[in-house]
Write a protein that binds this ligand. Structure first.
Ligand code: ASP
Ligand code: MG
Length: 466
């Protein structure tokens, strides 16, 4: 098989984990053509983003010392990745070159005291620039020929939407397949840094958080891989959060659309666009555990097997969100009210996670992240209170509970089952939304009721029975 393996940050969070991953790749490469893609070491992207904030706040010392911490960590780890003296020397040189570039960039940004979307992407792409060196030399150390390549190196071309770039797939496919096939023919393993590509002018761009998943699927579609494995530190997608329900089970198979819904709910965060490149070519995706390779994980496919087609496949939660309810008589029958409310929130940079409006049109409820709540309420009050809206009510600390499964489509009685079982636990439902795709039924409860509701639903739909 031609296999694209994407390893998350926790898979390479220590020298021993890196050696473990190198051995795993080596053993898999005896049977398959392996094309590995890597995230940054865990925590590094967060730190790099923190540095951009520090630069903006002109906190030069803190920015420098955080950068030093990142550099020191990579140097320390690199000293333990390889035993062979020649390999160690090569690694040290390679690291030195990349670190110098990072330091130069940081120096420039500090001098200007300015972070643009472009310089930010350049800076935060360094997590992957550095991590792939560690893997390459750990592989060289065990006699696997491999070289480090960034998204730009392999030819991933994107638009110039920094921080949330999209690949220009036709160009990308040509470049990437050419680069990768060439290397594979020479029996050199490309070790690809995820998360970033470059626009048509050569500026580094990133795909947004979790973007290495996207890199993996872009590469897979370019080289017509048989499968993509997303390797992390969990066994796969679960029927619910095992911290809430003890007998939560691993889900064996889901469809692409179900996986997309589940990913958005963050059970195992997957980049929201990552499945797109796979769908057209029907490339299989597996979600697997680097540290428990015996477990087959979750298979994501176009056509899950019949016996895995339950009505509801999982109960997901988004904890600790805030609910805002806006009311006003003048909202009734007035076209543009919803648009005004949403654009005011959008201008303030508030992301809306869930919406519901009653047909009487006298109230609209939205759910936002807890961190956005103050900003959202302020901007609504400043811009719209006394105009189109009369009242803004806020409920802090609510949770979204979502049932996901394509088997719900067209099945009568799912909602009644859901709300009856929740009511039996004395849980009050504050808000409800169901997309007409019927893939996802979501409702909102007080966070203190969340565990009881999730447990009740997990029991009701017998999700522990596989
Ligand atoms: N390193 C990037 C992040 O943390 C990309 C990734 O891990 O997929 O978001
Ligand atoms: Mg990551």
């Amino acid at each position: 098989m031609k296999l694209v393996l994407k390893f998350g940050g926790t898979s390479i969070s220590s020298p021993s984990n890196i050696r473990h991953v190198a051995n795993l790749i080596k053993s898999l490469s005896k049977e398959h053509k392996i094309i590995p893609v890597f995230s940054a070491v865990s925590g590094v992207t967060d730190d790099l983003i923190r540095i951009t904030n520090l630069i903006q706040n002109r906190n030069k010392e803190a920015a420098n010392s955080l950068a030093k911490k990142i550099i020191k960590m990579h140097v320390d780890v690199s000293n333990q990745c390889a035993k062979n003296p020649k390999v160690r020397k090569d690694l040290a040189n390679r690291m030195k070159t990349d670190i110098e570039e990072l330091e130069e960039l940081l120096h420039g940004m500090l001098l200007l005291g300015e972070v643009t979307p472009r310089s930010s992407d350049y800076l935060i792409s360094f997590g992957e620039r550095l991590s792939i060196n560690l893997i390459v030399y750990a592989l060289n150390d065990i006699a696997v020929k491999a070289i480090p390549l960034t998204g730009k190196d392999i030819g991933i071309v994107t638009d110039s939407n920094f921080g949330g770039a999209k690949p220009l797939m036709d160009t990308t496919r040509l470049h990437v397949s050419h680069t990768i096939e060439n290397l594979l023919q020479k029996r050199i393993m490309p070790i690809i840094g995820g998360f970033a590509g470059a626009d048509q002018h050569g500026n580094i761009t990133t795909f947004g958080r979790g973007g290495s998943d996207y890199t993996a699927t872009i590469v897979a579609s370019s080289v017509k891989a048989d499968e993509v494995w997303l390797m992390s530190d969990v066994d796969g997608l679960m029927t619910t959060d095992p911290k809430i329900v003890k007998n939560a089970k691993l889900i064996k198979e889901v469809s692409y659309v179900e996986a997309m819904e589940m990913a958005l709910f963050g059970a195992k965060y997957i980049h929201p666009r990552a499945l797109e490149p796979l769908v057209a070519k029907k490339i299989l995706l597996r979600i697997r555990n680097t540290f428990n390779i015996k477990n087959p994980g979750t298979l994501v496919t176009a056509t899950p097997q019949a016996d895995t087609r339950k009505t509801v496949k999982c109960v997901s939660t988004i904890r600790h969100t805030g609910l805002i309810d806006v009311r006003g008589g003048s909202m009734v029958g007035a076209p543009g009210t919803a648009a005004t409310i949403f654009s005011v929130l959008a201008k303030a940079g508030v992301n809306i996670m869930m919406i519901s409006q009653s047909p009487s049109e006298s109230s609209i409820s939205v759910i936002v992240k807890k961190n956005d709540l103050d900003k959202a309420v302020n901007t609504l009050e400043m811009n719209l209170l006394g105009k189109i809206i009369k009242k803004v009510d806020v409920t802090v600390d609510v949770s979204i509970i979502a049932l996901i499964g394509s088997g719900m489509r067209g099945i009568v009685g799912v909602a009644s089952k859901v709300f009856t079982s929740v009511a039996k636990k004395g849980v009050n439902v504050i808000m409800i939304a169901q997309g007409s795709s019927e893939l996802n039924l979501a409702f909102v409860v007080k966070d203190s009721d969340c565990n009881a509701a999730v447990q009740a639903l997990h029991d009701e739909f017998e999700l522990a029975k596989t």
